[in-house]
Design a protein around this ligand. Structure first.
Ligand SMILES: *[C@@H]1O[C@H](CO)[C@@H](O)[C@H](O)[C@H]1NC(C)=O
Length: 134
């Protein structure tokens, strides 16, 4: 491949999300379904999204593009009072759980509940239990 084309492809695949993606755009939502604040730290190899306090019924959301080379992984580190848990919020396994055979944007919805962490392709149904709190 021409060097310039390789450069352009790499740049598109790792650039922070603006509007368009070369491949699919993913939107991830982390909703607090507990009646207390949750502190979330979300990181990937490329990005540290920092610490966020998610209030009850609130959500934290972010977007990224599928990469042309390699995989995107985001990890979440969550505190709820004295409880703590860390887990992959997006990796190849979660991607398969959330992926829909539609041409538009893809979505992963996380629901943080008293009994643990659930994920779905939809905001209100199809929940898959992933992990309890520690
Ligand atoms: C996504 O998060 C922003 C704050 O970062 C918030 O203003 C917005 O309402 C959220 N989007 C949805 C659809 O909940």
């Amino acid at each position: 491949m021409h060097k310039l084309l390789v450069f352009v492809l790499l740049t598109y695949s790792i650039a922070p999300i603006t509007h368009a993606c070369v491949l699919k755009k993913w939107n991830v939502f982390v909703t607090n379904d507990i009646s207390n604040d949750i502190i979330a730290r979300i990181k990937s190899g490329d990005d540290n999204l920092g610490d966020h306090t998610i209030p009850p019924e609130g959500n934290y959301n972010w977007s990224f593009c599928d990469r042309i080379f390699g995989h995107t992984i985001f990890y979440g580190y969550f505190s709820w009072g004295s409880k703590f848990q860390s887990l992959a919020l997006f990796d190849t396994h979660i991607r398969e759980l959330c992926r829909l055979p539609t041409s538009g944007d893809q979505h992963c919805y996380w629901s943080l509940r008293a009994d643990g962490f659930y994920v779905s392709s939809y905001p209100d149904q199809g929940w898959v239990f992933i992990k309890p709190w520690n």
